[in-house]
Design a protein. Structure first.
Ligand code: ADP
Length: 192
């Protein structure tokens, strides 16, 4: 089963956690743009230094930085037979860049998974995470800003993927194992 996947969902929907679990199950790498940026910021690389200013404010990192990073990562050997992309694309422009990047590698997406949860649930989870993990962008201001950007720029992308027959929507509320099971079942049904 070929699995070139994107996982989408608002901040706090659990997409990072579920991406890692699906990746493990399918034997493909989980590629999280947020994790790559955070690792670079922690190590003080030029990419990390440039991205950190935007991340800490809850803003999107500019496309010229993000797109190149994703193109390079997808061309790596471990992603040749599949991947799950978490945190990209987040804008209509990035959707186009991803399609082109995959086309230039002679391939395309198999499915886009959307995890859903209501705002009150998302806020409760993010506040808890702020205490547990201390992420610089889990302040009240940055959280509402990120949720706003998600609603305005990222959520509308699901209708594009629905029209392309790629969208698989799964309820992100429930215990972790249950969500993973539902997700894998929905994916299996979609991929056939
Ligand atoms: P969250 O989904 O909770 O915002 P992520 O770990 O996915 O967390 O992303 C953290 C930050 O990394 C984002 O707020 C943004 O600054 C940057 N980032 C991640 N992916 C992208 C992207 N596709 N385009 C622009 N910026 C991104």
């Amino acid at each position: 089963m070929s699995a070139r996947l994107v996982i989408m969902g608002p901040q706090g929907s659990g997409k990072g956690t579920q991406a890692a679990r699906i990746a493990e199950h399918l034997g493909v790498p989980a590629i999280s743009t947020g994790d790559i940026f955070r690792a670079n910021a922690k190590n003080g690389t030029p990419l990390g230094q440039r991205a950190k200013v935007f991340m800490d404010a809850g803003d999107l990192v500019p496309d010229e930085i993000t797109n190149a990073m994703v193109r390079n990562r997808l061309a790596e050997q471990d992603a040749a037979d599949g991947f799950i992309l978490d945190g990209y694309p987040r804008t209509a422009a990035q959707v186009g860049v991803l399609d082109e990047a995959l086309a230039s590698l002679g391939t395309k997406l198999d499915a886009v998974v959307e995890l859903t949860a209501e705002r009150a649930e998302l806020l409760a989870r993010l506040r808890k995470r702020a205490v547990l993990e201390g992420r610089a962008d889990d302040t009240e201001d940055a959280i509402s800003h990120r949720l706003e950007i998600y609603a305005e720029q990222t959520a509308p992308l699901t209708s594009h993927y629905a029209r392309a027959g790629l969208l698989v929507t799964v309820n992100g509320v429930g215990d972790l194992d249950e969500v993973t099971e539902n997700l894998l079942a929905a994916l299996a049904a979609h991929l056939g």
